[in-house]
Design a protein around this ligand. Structure first.
Ligand SMILES: Cc1cc2nc3c(=O)[nH]c(=O)nc-3n(C[C@H](O)[C@H](O)[C@H](O)COP(=O)(O)OP(=O)(O)OC[C@H]3O[C@@H](n4cnc5c(N)ncnc54)[C@H](O)[C@@H]3O)c2cc1C
Length: 560
């Protein structure tokens, strides 16, 4: 195993002993209570594992002993901690269940294969015995992608944890590709490639606790996707173990031999097979990383600048534009002594007022990575476009601070949930021509839904948004919303907010997901987005590769 599982939180984010990021700001809770209209924040600790009842394991001793003898390299666990840790992913919705000790869907066993042969044996045995298998990488899904559920009539469920399969198998320095086992975590993957002077450059915010297989299966995006691409861009080919048999997908740089069927694997969410290893495009480690901050007078000005840079082919690694509320919120509640926006809190504020900025600007972080010559060109070209759109240069300070804390925000979620607050995120994408309309519709829908679910009058939530991944034809929008939890009906509260926002996305021309995937949570909106024929085609592919429907039932497609 590349990470010691016992050191991970079974019902939260990251390491058990990760320091509480709020400890450095003792007054933060009083300030948060005031901002959310709460007299005081309640204490809402999570249940401890010892207080929780797990369902009785359903696998027979015969099945367990056959697993041991046939998948010889695999480790099998029916231990309470392992079952609890693999019960669900790490969305806000998952955490509501996990923290309340609702482990109705814990797997009957957790199986860690050591190689592709073990995976094939496990799929053969589980098919024969009609046992569901949930492929599990880091378990960081935020769409209900790894909820350990069996389908109707199935006699149990196994969580197939891939993280013992973490070897770098080969590097082709001429083609600039690498073949890597799917269960490797982000840091180990970058370390292995780094020893060859290479990088994949896929850094989702969940980088430390997610795996290559999960990135591909969920069709994810790293923060620097403008340079390194989303999973579908850097994915070359994979070896897939399916109940029907092994499938090694085509790996040509291009081909006209019919549709590129291997692309089906990117976004397949574990429902057609288990990715055992994948070949991916790699890059030389960048010579220079240049991250800086800018302010725009309005969100719309910033959007216009990003669109122009994307359409003029300015080689950026990341363009991240916060709306006015997000800009304000992170400045007001940063736990870092020098917040990313403190650059415009005092002296700069007066100067900016003279330049026509009010107190609701939009913060833009521009990240450039590559060789010196490319960075020089990109800085010059982006500088011209940003200036033409009224952007104000804040220097490298905000960019460096963003870069160094780029994986930190998720560690705030557990302490916030301990204080009666809900924190959730969702994301979408649309064409440039529709971006501002979609932004307003989803933001307003979220605000309204949150206001309608407040536990007491006077309480309020916040809705924050940013544009992150951008393309020549459009971009993604990412929303974070924080709100007082309605403690007597918190699942209903989440359902109402989620459904309202998802409806707003669907009816205003957005995709139900730009990079989190579908899982269970987005399934009700998928049919409308894809269409009847596409859904039947997907179901037919699933039937071919997984005739008994044992793989990840109920994700991406309704359970049979
Ligand atoms: C705090 C936080 C921040 C996040 N930030 C980002 C972000 O910036 N960008 C982003 O794209 N996502 C983000 N996510 C979502 C999540 O991290 C991604 O979806 C990630 O790709 C999942 O990887 P994983 O290894 O944890 O997969 P898991 O959660 O274990 O699985 C995800 C899906 O992939 C399937 N799967 C996993 N491994 C395999 C395999 N080997 N073969 C077949 N199927 C498999 C599972 O069955 C499931 O359907 C974030 C999540 C959290 C909690």
């Amino acid at each position: 195993m590349s990470i010691d599982r016992a050191r991970l939180r079974w019902n939260g984010w990251g390491w058990v002993d990760h320091p509480d990021p709020t400890a450095a700001s003792p007054d933060i809770w009083a300030r948060i209570a005031e901002a959310f209209g709460m007299e005081a924040l309640p204490s809402t600790p999570a249940k401890r594992l010892e207080e929780v009842d797990l369902p009785r394991p359903r696998l027979s001793p015969d099945v367990l002993s056959r697993l041991e003898s046939e998948a010889r390299g695999a480790k099998i666990s029916t231990d309470a901690f392992e079952r609890a840790m693999h019960a669900r992913g790490r969305s806000y919705h998952d955490l509501l269940h996990l923290r309340a000790g609702n482990l109705e869907f814990a797997p009957d066993a957790v199986v860690y294969p050591a190689g592709a042969e073990d995976v094939a044996h496990i799929l053969s045995l589980t098919s024969e015995n009609n046992i569901a298998v949930v492929p599990f990488g880091g378990g960081s899904s935020v769409v209900g992608g790894v909820t350990s559920k069996s389908g109707a009539g199935q006699s149990g469920v196994i969580s197939l944890d891939m993280t013992r399969m973490h070897r770098l198998l080969s590097v082709d320095r001429i083609a600039m590709t690498a073949t890597i086992e799917a269960g490797i975590y982000g840091p180990q993957l970058e370390e292995a490639l780094g020893s060859h002077g290479l990088t994949l450059g896929h850094y989702p915010q969940s980088f430390e606790f997610s795996t290559l297989g999960g990135w591909i299966a969920a069709r994810g995006a790293g923060q620097q996707s403008n340079r390194y691409g989303k999973a579908e861009k850097w994915f070359v080919s994979a070896r897939l173990a399916s109940p029907t048999g092994p499938w090694s997908t085509e790996n040509f740089p291009a081909s006209a031999a019919g549709p590129r069927l291997g692309d089906l694997i990117v976004g397949s969410e574990g429902i057609v097979g288990v990715i055992t290893d994948a070949t991916v495009k790699v890059h030389s480690k960048p010579e220079v990383k240049d991250y800086r901050g800018y302010l725009f007078k309005t969100f719309a000005d910033g959007i216009s600048a990003i669109r122009q840079m994307a359409q003029h082919g300015v080689p950026t690694a990341m363009m991240r534009l916060s709306d006015a509320d997000e800009t304000w919120f992170f400045q007001a509640f940063s736990t870092s002594p020098s917040s990313s926006s403190s650059a415009f809190t005092s002296i700069a504020k007066r100067y900016l007022a003279l330049k026509g900025f009010d107190d609701r600007p939009s913060l833009f972080i521009l990240g450039l990575e590559g060789d010196r010559e490319t960075i020089d060109y990109a800085r010059h070209r982006s500088g011209t476009i940003i200036k033409a759109n009224g952007g104000f240069h804040l220097g490298t300070g905000p960019g460096d601070r963003w870069y160094h804390s780029r994986f930190s925000a998720p560690f705030m979620r557990d302490p916030m949930m301990d204080h009666g607050l809900g924190v959730d995120t969702l994301e979408t994408a649309t064409q440039w021509s529709n971006l501002e309309k979609l932004y307003s519709a989803v933001r307003d829908a979220l605000r309204e839904a949150i206001a309608g679910t407040m536990p007491s009058p006077g309480m309020r939530g916040v809705v924050l948004a940013h544009v992150s991944h951008s393309y020549t034809d459009g971009a993604s929008l990412y929303f974070t919303f924080i709100f007082p939890r309605n403690l007597t009906q918190e699942l209903d509260q989440w359902r109402t907010i989620k459904a309202t926002a998802s409806e707003a996305i669907a009816t205003n021309g957005g995709t139900i997901s730009h990079h989190h995937g579908v899982g269970e949570d987005h399934l009700p909106w998928l049919r409308a987005e894809k269409g009847e024929i596409a859904m039947r085609t997907l179901a037919a592919i699933k039937r071919e590769l997984d005739p008994k429907g044992i793989l990840n039932p109920g994700k991406l497609l309704p359970s049979a």
